[in-house]
Design a protein around this ligand. Sequence first.
Ligand code: 13P
Ligand code: SF4
Length: 301
Amino acid sequence: MKDRINQLKKEKDAVVLAHYYVDGDVQDIADFVGDSYALAKQAALVSQKNIVFAGVKFMGESAKLLNAGKHVYMVDATAGCGMADMVTAAQVKRVKEEYPDAAVVCYVNSSAEVKAVSDVCVTSSNAVKVVKALEAKQIYFIPDQHLGSFVAAQVPEKEFIYHNGFCPIHKLIDEESLLKAKETHKEALVLAHPECEQAILKHADYIGSTADIIKFARTNTANEYIIATEIGVLHQLKKENPAKQFFVVNDKQVCHDMKKVTLAKLESILKNIDVQEEVKLCDDIIESAKKPLEKMLDLAK
Ligand code: 13P
Ligand code: SF4
């Protein structure tokens, strides 16, 4: 199947972009694997006619927003993000009326409609840098309250208003299980994604995006790590560090939407790309929603 997929990519002039949370076999066949920030940058640069996205809906939408001339297809169009669904454009507009001086800082884990009413986007790897670079003193951070608090702690000079969104998967990474894992693996460092709750983050030796966690493990000398984020990241961690050991906190750190992405579906999408439904956004949403994404790329440089 891998040979067929590689052949189809060439025949159909398609590039496959994959997030670290999809299954390892899909990551391995992708042309580019990354965190949300790296994938957004890459999507803006691709030369192929077709982008096939192995990830969730907001990632495909970001690719379309940043490279509207391309055809963007999701490996599984039903793969969404529970957090992205927790905020609507109408809610954002209401809060904007209440806090007219606040800059709306929108985590990329959001719909294109929500981005369209935001001032700037961020990802977990550039949020601190981007927020620091803004002129506004008041920040309305959407939708993730945990990433928002993590950023606020590092930007004390600004005032934060939070939305009440969260990642339903990272919420399942619980303190009791983490303490048990630490007890079992006493030498292990805890590496956590900022979408985790404070009860987890307070035990972390390092907090960062998926790409940052992978980079940390690559360069750190410790031999054991407890990973507090989605399990897909373990694929790259193990591949890059065969002599090191990686442990999960519990058996619930699985984003079922990311796991909808399979090699068989990828092959089928590529084979039938001419008749597939692509990621479609109307022109005025593209016009408004690409601005905060482009601003992020500019401020995060
Ligand atoms: P990254 O920004 O690390 O890619 O995280 C994306 C995500 O969905 C985390 O749940
Ligand atoms: Fe969304 Fe959470 Fe899945 Fe990331 S892990 S895509 S934030 S539901």
